[in-house]
Design a protein around this ligand. Sequence first.
Ligand code: ATP
Ligand code: LTN
Length: 334
Amino acid sequence: MVEEAKKILYSAVQPTNNLTIGNYVGAIRNFVALQNDYDCFFAIANMHAITVRQNPAELRQRTLSLLALYLACGINPEKCVIYVQSHVPAHAELCWTLNTFTYVGEMERMTQFKDKSARHADNINMGLMDYPVLMAADILLYQTDYVPVGLDQRQHVEIARDIAQRFNNVYSPTFKVPEAMFMKVGAKINDLLDPSKKMSKSSENVNGSVFLSDDKDTVIRKFKRAVTDSEACIRYDSENKRGVSNLLSVYSAFTGKSLEEAEREFAGKGYGDFKLAVGEAVAEKLAPIQKKQAELFADKEYLNAVLRSGAERAAKAANRTLAKVYKKIGFYQI
Ligand code: ATP
Ligand code: LTN
């Protein structure tokens, strides 16, 4: 019997700041779970990262550190293509072409653009506005079927679909039209101090975010200070009990227990015990990842070999799509 080709899955994370448990639960953890069933490409989106000013030495270091984290979490470079976005020039090239299929008005209306423009009012650069088009180029280059991301990225995947359809309609089917993939639990982990907004690696108050690099004491301290409510009842109600619901989601994501199981487990218990249990569950999961990441981070030769092979495999797939695009739009070929 001929084995059916696996569907293609693509995602990326920016090497900015320290990653949070939101990035882990909403993205990386799912990459690990999906790698056996799909042909996967996982990028380190350093070209997206520079849409906000970065310190060059830090950006370099965070790129390797994110690679070490991918590997420490269990992404297998034998099974998946893991690479750095800037190592594959086709991303910038397709982005330019797709810019001519994207309207300024639709970019101005993107939620993330509006948020980041407000936060970085002194540097509202063209790259920040073009961010979704570069992301569309990332996804479309690989003829991607599915894009596992957190809920905050939904709008960006939608735009990638629109751009793909627009291009396909003008010429002929060229790009696969991708679909976003969200997980049931943890697609959005919220800030511990302000549970109305998502936990972010670049948030102003570091106590609202739990970083993957935080040690046990820090993790527990942050959860102890998490905002709850005055009802003293541990139940999931994301409308009226945002803080408690967020903690239940974190607990469920880190223990594998369902929200109902978690509710039952804490029935009749106080918020103090509950927060401690959540903190402990998170710290326990993070410790082995941190240890593995540190070991891998020290082995630069191995990390470089992974990136070299990844860039080569990614470029091969990407260039195939780019060549098709260039041909269709009428770029003269020699
Ligand atoms: P920044 O705060 O620097 O804008 P970020 O924390 O949103 O960054 P990204 O690199 O933009 O991180 O996102 C990487 C992945 O993690 C994306 O798939 C994103 O949807 C997911 N993600 C980020 N924050 C959360 C969160 N709080 N809950 C669930 N998923 C998240
Ligand atoms: N913008 C994404 C990171 C990213 C991405 C992608 C995710 C860049 N390119 C392609 C999925 C597919 C974010 O998570 N902030």
